[in-house]
Design a binder for this molecule. Structure first.
Ligand code: KIV
Ligand code: ZN
Length: 519
């Protein structure tokens, strides 16, 4: 096929906002350590800009952005800020130690947002935009300005704002489709118009930021690039506000697989996409839908006889990309209970993990424990184990042991032993079923008001000795958090998942106190 794009292989920069827009969606809260693990992976896989958070939102956000800024080796690190002076100053301070810092400031420009949300006139919004960009430039040379609800903004006003912020020093101009309302043709035309009409438009990079309310976020992002944008804002697994953002893995692979149509390239190492998807799913405990493009577990699975027959004859009959290009390797059998630490370390490296010595030690102990209980340990088992290891590294409440009496003759009874801030405590509780008994025992040891909103079980691999993976979502005081736990025993996995969510709530509020009598 011939290229339809005369400027073949233009570089498009990838701006990942998993840690900001992604983390903003209800239940996707990540701990400090989880954010660092995700940021490290994004940096290694070639993401150009990592939006690490919104520093003025909380001390936790500020600290996470500062630490990510300090450790990223390649990526630009951006902190989000409204136009308020304090927001800009906090963002400036948070990214101060980055090798390549950016402040991303935004304000609503659509009539409905300006009138009802901001209660400001267009002239006031214009003045706020100029002032925020000018202030941000006192901290950094790299300033991005976003016109929130840009796709529902009057074009004349949008052009006036864009011209003014570029004059004030904005180096990137983002026109988001905040409410996922636009269509590809409309969005492509919007970028063409703004770039043509704004006299200094050649002084800034234009950026797309699309939400997925009508399922068009990826198509719209690519259309915006055709209209002249050269930055795509996106998230791993497409997580984000409401229906989410454009999925990073999808925009990257669309440009790569259909390079004949798009003719753009990115700096992303696509073989790390599956790893990134799994890490973000584990950190946020948001499961990836099975049929999700690129990273869903069925994305390369062929079920029907006709398809399987075709695949056996030639893989290109039903596969438009090789699974290896996105990091899907054939499930391989790994070491058993006799495998040593060196083999385990090299297996982890092959799977894309880089663990500290302490993390490795902990993960190896868990692996040995699993290998004792499970006939074969697959890559997926190791992944679940290491991701859980990262997620629970700083938990205050830990599972020590669990025994459950279950069966047709009730009541079901759980005996649970926990380590709470280094003290071991035990409790017995009955329940309406074994899971209920386990959760009641946890509530007795760690009294709390959180409500269980979701309880889901699925298997990590096949077979009756497969590890069960349980997802639990708890909500308390308007915050909801999700966590996952994996174990060959479904009840142990349930306890781990529930405790994981409780730990996130405790870490987030410090208001929930473990009430227990130390033994
Ligand atoms: O969707 C949106 O408009 C945003 C801005 C803050 C860029 O997330
Ligand atoms: Zn957004």
């Amino acid at each position: 096929m011939t290229s339809t794009n005369p400027t073949a292989k233009d570089r498009v920069v990838i701006f990942d906002t998993t840690l900001r827009d992604g983390e903003q969606c209800p239940g996707a809260t990540m701990t400090f350590e989880e954010k660092l693990a995700v940021a490290d992976l994004l940096d290694t896989m070639g993401v150009d800009i990592i939006e690490a958070g919104y520093p003025a939102a909380s001390n936790g956000d500020f600290e996470a952005v500062s630490e990510i800024a300090r450790r990223m080796k390649n990526a630009v690190v951006a902190g989000l800020a409204r136009t308020a002076q304090n927001d800009i100053d906090r963002a400036g301070e948070a990214v101060r130690n980055a090798r390549r810092p950016r402040i991303h400031t935004f304000v609503s420009t659509s009539p409905v947002h300006m009138k009802y949300k901001l209660q400001k006139s267009p002239d006031e919004v214009l003045a706020m935009s100029i002032a925020s960009v000018t202030r941000a430039r006192n901290f950094v040379d790299d300033v991005e300005w976003s016109a929130e609800d840009g796709t529902r903004t009057e074009i004349d006003f949008l052009c006036r704002c864009v011209e003014a912020v570029i004059k004030a020093g904005a180096t990137t101009v983002n026109i988001p489709d905040t409410v996922g309302y636009t269509t590809p043709d409309e969005y492509r035309a919007l970028f063409r118009t703004v770039r043509e009409r704004v006299p200094n438009s050649d002084k800034a990079v234009f950026s797309v930021h699309c939400h997925n309310d009508l399922g068009m976020a990826v198509a719209n992002s690519l259309a915006g690039v055709e209209g002249g944008a050269r930055q795509i804002e996106c998230t791993i697994n497409g997580i984000g506000e409401r229906a989410g953002n454009a999925a990073l893995e999808e925009v990257v692979m669309a440009m790569r697989v259909r390079a004949d149509v798009y003719g753009y390239e990115t700096g992303i190492d696509s073989t790390m996409l599956t790893r990134a998807s799994k890490l973000v799913a584990a950190a946020t405990s948001f499961p990836v839908q099975y049929n999700k493009a690129i990273v869903g577990r069925n994305a390369f699975a062929h079920e029907s006889g006709i398809h399987q027959d075709g695949m056996l004859k030639h893989t290109q009959t039903y596969e438009i990309m090789e699974p290896q290009t996105v990091g899907v390797t054939k499930t391989s059998l790994v070491m058993g209970k006799h495998s040593g630490r060196a083999a385990f370390r090299s297996k982890l490296e092959e799977m894309g993990y880089r663990l500290s010595d302490n993390q490795l030690q902990d993960a190896f102990a868990r692996f040995k424990d699993l290998a004792d209980r499970k006939k074969v340990v697959y890559d997926e088992d190791i992944e679940a184990l290491v991701d859980e290891n990262i997620a629970t590294a700083h938990d205050r409440v830990r599972l020590v042991s669990l025994t459950v009496i279950a069966g047709t003759r009730g009541p079901q009874r759980a005996t649970l032993r926990l380590d709470i801030d280094g003290q071991k405590v035990t409790e017995e509780a009955d329940g309406n079923g074994p899971v209920d008994a386990v959760f009641n025992a946890i509530k007795a040891l760690v009294p709390h008001e959180a409500v269980l909103e979701l309880y889901q079980v699925h298997a990590v691999t096949e077979g009756t000795d497969a590890q069960a993976e349980v997802s639990v979502r708890l909500s308390s005081d308007g915050r909801s958090v999700t966590s996952r736990g994996a174990d060959p025993d479904t009840l142990v996995a349930s306890a781990k998942a529930y405790l994981g969510a409780l730990n996130k709530l405790i870490a987030g509020t410090s208001r929930m106190h473990a009430q227990h009598a130390a033994e």
